[in-house]
Structures are given as C-alpha cells and as structure tokens.
Ligand binder design. Structure first.
Ligand SMILES: Cc1cc2nc3c(=O)[nH]c(=O)nc-3n(C[C@H](O)[C@H](O)[C@H](O)COP(=O)(O)OP(=O)(O)OC[C@H]3O[C@@H](n4cnc5c(N)ncnc54)[C@H](O)[C@@H]3O)c2cc1C
Length: 280
C-alpha cells in the first residue's frame, strides 16, 4: 500500500528524512518555503564555516568530497555538499520549493480520543488506516493555496531559520532610540556578500551576543574595515554562553577558549577581533 509522507523543510534534516522515507518505499513530498535547499546554510555570511570538524559534521553514508580539504568547510562547500547528497540519493526531485506549509490538521480521531491514547498514533504504529493529515500549502510566489493529504508528517523546520528572535525592550530603551541602524543577524546573512560588506564598511558597529552568528559578523566587520583604526567592533554580552571550546575566527586564526568562561575570556575575544580590525 502506498504511504504518503509530508516532510516540512529541505535543510539537512529534511534531506535526510526524505532519503530514508524513499529507502523504505514511501512516497515523500518535501515542502520548502525558500527557493533553495540547505536551510540555514543557504543564507550565511561570506565567511561562515562549519564550526564542527567536518569528520563529525557529515552524513554517515556520504563523506565530504576529497576536494574539501579544510577541517571546517565554507558555507559554499557545505551547500555544494548538501546538493550532491540530494542528487545522489534522488531527493532533489521530491522537493517542492517556494512552498510554505501554513497549517496541518489530523483527520480521523477527535482531540479527546487522541489525548486518551497511550501509544503513538493510538496503536504504536506510525501509519494509522483511519487517520490522515490535511496539509495546507502556500506557493510563496503566486500566493495560491493547495490542500494535500498525507499518512505521516515529518517536521524538519529547524531552530534557526524563519522569524528573527528579537528581544523585547522596555519602552524608550529599544532600537527606536538608537540613532544608527539596527539589523538582526538573520537579515544580515540574507544580504549578498558585496551588499553586506558595503553596509558595515566605515561604521562603528556593536555586535550583540556571543555565539556563532555574532562571531561571524564581527569577523565580517573586521574584514570589511581593514586597517582603519577608527573602526571599533564590540561585543556586548547578555549571556556568557560559548558554543564550543573552540571559537573559530577564520582559517588562519583559531583560538581555544578556556573551559571556565569568565570575563577575561571575553576580553580575549574582543581583543582578538580588535587586533584583526586594526591590523587588517
Ligand atoms: C550559521 C550557522 C552555523 C552552524 N554551524 C553548525 C556546525 O558547525 N555544527 C553543527 O552541528 N550545527 C551547526 N549549526 C546548526 C544548524 O542549524 C544544523 O547543523 C542544521 O543545519 C540544521 O538543519 P535543519 O534541517 O534541522 O534546519 P534548517 O537548516 O533550519 O532548515 C529548516 C528548513 O525548513 C524550512 N521551513 C521552515 N518552516 C517551514 C514551513 N512552514 N514550510 C516550509 N518550509 C519551512 C526553512 O525554510 C528551512 O529551509 C549552524 C547553524 C547556523 C545558523
């Protein structure tokens, strides 16, 4: 019997889910709101690289190609790698690009009945002969809406794509009182490389946060401004949370952060970026 599976998102998780549903003989459709695959890797800053070592950031059945020699592949190499994976496992032709899932409802059991289930799907089986998922999908170009029915749905929508996470500020203390431009890292990453470099060139910039995107953007600011001493790239830290023990700055400049995160370590990062800013 034909089993139809909806997969929402064509990032790494969606590609993987599609490959496995195909290998089980199911019929997948991957809905991707954007026009390209790769999820977060489709829109990164120019200098963004994989911060994990490539040996631990790869599909177990699809190693990085030999032409990727750096331990931390660039975002372009990553996108090419994901593209090759999608082609190799015949995933690409199952992706519907520019298709945003607006809603999903389960038909076949009432809310009360579902709440009473002790087993997944009522029976412990992923496929239930009674139930269907109604999935409403919008074409993001034409804005037309289409309804689909599926036996199973896999959500692969990620944690870092979509709506920028902007903190709420008290009245009169937010971006509206700042005289300069305020931009979220997600919007910065969406710009093309030349446009992004032009935006930060010759400006005093504060990068708020200290995780992967903040570090990448601080480096972009330093790269765009070369040796001009009046440029200051700063980091304001609301949480002292560093993603891994190694902070990757660029291919020539990697340094290890002490296991105990303290103010000294923040200064080290600032100094490192400043040093790069001033020395070009
Ligand atoms: C800059 C950056 C660098 C990173 N580096 C590393 C690293 O080095 N190591 C590591 O382990 N992790 C890293 N990560 C984490 C990264 O998020 C994961 O490794 C992985 O790429 C996530 O893939 P995903 O498919 O789960 O989600 P995403 O890549 O977020 O993909 C989700 C997809 O779902 C689509 N989508 C969302 N909602 C809908 C909808 N309603 N309808 C249709 N489509 C929808 C989105 O358009 C998107 O394409 C990094 C993340 C970022 C942002």
């Amino acid at each position: 019997m034909e089993r139809k599976v909806a997969i929402v998102g064509a990032g790494i998780s969606g590609l993987l889910a599609c490959k496995y549903t195909l290998s089980r003989g199911y019929i997948p459709i991957v809905f991707e709101a954007e026009s390209v695959l790769g999820g977060v890797w489709a829109k990164t800053t120019e200098t963004t690289r994989v911060q994990s070592k490539k040996t631990i950031y790869q599909f177990s059945d699809f190693p990085w190609p030999d032409c990727v020699t750096n331990d931390h592949p660039t975002s372009k190499e990553t996108i090419n790698y994901l593209h090759s994976y999608a082609l190799d496992f015949d995933v690409l032709r199952h992706i519907k690009f520019n298709c945003k899932v607006l809603s999903m409802t389960y038909e076949g059991a009432s809310e009360d009945e579902m709440h009473a289930w002790s087993l997944w799907g009522g029976t412990g089986e992923p496929f239930n002969s009674r139930g269907k998922w109604n999935v409403v999908v919008q074409d993001t170009k034409s804005l037309s809406i289409e309804d689909y029915q599926f036996d199973f749905v896999i959500l692969c929508v990620g944690r870092f794509s979509g709506i920028p996470n902007m903190p709420e500020f008290p009245q009169g203390k937010g971006p509206e009182v700042f005289k300069g431009q305020v931009i979220h890292s997600m919007d910065y990453s969406k710009m093309d490389d030349a446009e992004a470099a032009a935006l930060v060139k010759g400006k005093r910039i504060a990068v708020v946060g200290l995780r992967k995107s903040a570090m990448d953007i601080a480096l972009e600011c330093a790269n765009a401004n070369g040796a001009q001493p009046h440029i200051l790239t700063g980091l304001k830290l609301s949480s002292l949370c560093i993603p891994s023990t190694t902070v990757f700055l660029n291919e020539f400049n990697t340094f290890t952060v002490a296991a105990t995160i303290n103010k000294m370590c923040m200064l080290t990062i600032e100094q490192c970026i400043l040093r790069r800013t001033l020395s070009g």
